[in-house]
Design a protein around this ligand. Structure first.
Ligand SMILES: Cc1ncc(COP(=O)(O)O)c(C=O)c1O
Length: 328
């Protein structure tokens, strides 16, 4: 058992003790990974004394799309799940950056039929403090995996399902065993799909270029945030197109982006230094813009949900005014 766990979790409509958030081993969710999930961050702003859930509605909408794709129906609306996430953050009284995981799962089902469609379903939500990675400023070395990405005609990467993540796990663990931080996975056509837990972006001739979801990546919410910040705050061109492995060797900058990874500079690919082998200037600017947005600074309006029922501190009131999606 982990030592430092928060006191509470949420399951099927109730706040419960962390330890009680368990599924029977014969649920389809636990046995087959027959579930869909979302990882969501909430960011603590010391100056505002407030915790902000980041793009909560967007994550819950993607969860709903995953559910639709696997024909999973649960008894909770998006609004109910949104309130559940906020309630869980409040009862745990977090004052740190937090990672929330919402999982919708198939239960045991009729006659223990492990593959049958069942109305026995549920949802659990857990949240843990998640400080920023040490590699956030210094960057990480990555490699191209020997594993290929699952594809839409086998296990659709668009669906954020536990079962899909065996593919990601194989690639990630191979990379770590070989001394890299993580890997990039090629799709069946041999072009870049994504990293095991994040999308990838390269900078070439000052433009941001990223593989489209049809290359085998998740429809990334962090990627959408980065693209919006790059276009609207920095006036950059953002292009979605197939990306070859060797383009990364000659790119000016490369970074990973995802809810957990945030914006993570890549300093080498297959031991080939990216640029001069240090985090690039555009990556650093995007990190700062993203951080300000996540902690209720400029451009945050449509993306943040305050968790606690407090008035914002005067020094941030200007930024936050008119942007509050929910109070209390
Ligand atoms: C496989 C994969 N790709 C990309 C991402 C990044 O997606 P997002 O930015 O929506 O978290 C994630 C993280 O959830 C992921 O697991």
């Amino acid at each position: 058992m982990m030592s430092a766990t928060p006191p509470y979790a949420w399951m099927n409509g109730e706040i419960i003790p962390w330890e009680a958030c368990v599924l029977h081993g014969r649920t389809q969710g636990a046995f087959w990974g027959a579930n869909v999930f979302e990882g969501i961050r909430a960011y603590w702003s010391p100056s505002a004394g407030q915790l902000y859930a980041f793009r909560l509605e967007d994550h819950l909408q993607r969860l709903r799309r995953s559910m639709k794709s696997v024909r999973l129906q649960v008894a909770y609306s998006d609004l109910a799940l949104r309130e559940a996430c906020l309630q869980l953050l409040r009862v745990n009284a977090f004052r740190d950056d937090v990672h929330i995981v919402v999982v919708a799962f198939f239960g045991i089902g009729e006659h223990f039929d492990t593959m049958g469609l069942t109305e026995d379903t549920g949802v659990h939500i857990t949240a843990l403090p998640k400080p920023r990675s040490d590699a956030y400023r210094g960057g990480v070395p990555i490699c191209v995996s020997s594993w290929r990405r699952i594809s839409d005609d086998t296990m659709p990467p668009r669906i954020k399902s536990g079962a899909n993540y065996l593919n990601n796990r194989l690639a990630h663990q191979e990379a770590v065993r070989n001394g890299y931080h993580t890997a990039l996975i090629l799709n069946q056509r041999g072009s870049i799909a994504e990293a095991p837990g994040s999308c990838v972006v390269m900078v070439r001739d000052g433009r941001l270029i990223t593989p489209p979801a049809t290359s085998g990546s998740l429809e990334g919410i962090t990627l959408a945030t980065v693209a919006s910040l790059a276009r609207h705050e920095l006036g950059l061109v953002v292009e979605e197109r197939e990306v070859d492995r060797t383009e990364l060797y000659v790119a000016e900058e490369v970074f990973l982006c995802g809810t957990l990874a945030e914006i993570l500079p890549v300093v080498s690919v297959d031991r080939v230094p990216v640029g001069d082998g240090l985090p690039g200037p555009l990556t650093a600017r995007l990190q700062d813009l993203y951080d300000r947005a996540a902690r209720a600074g400029t451009a945050a309006g449509r993306w943040i949900t305050p968790v606690y029922d407090i008035e914002p501190a005067p020094d941030v009131a200007g930024d936050v005014a008119g942007t509050v999606l929910v109070r209390g």
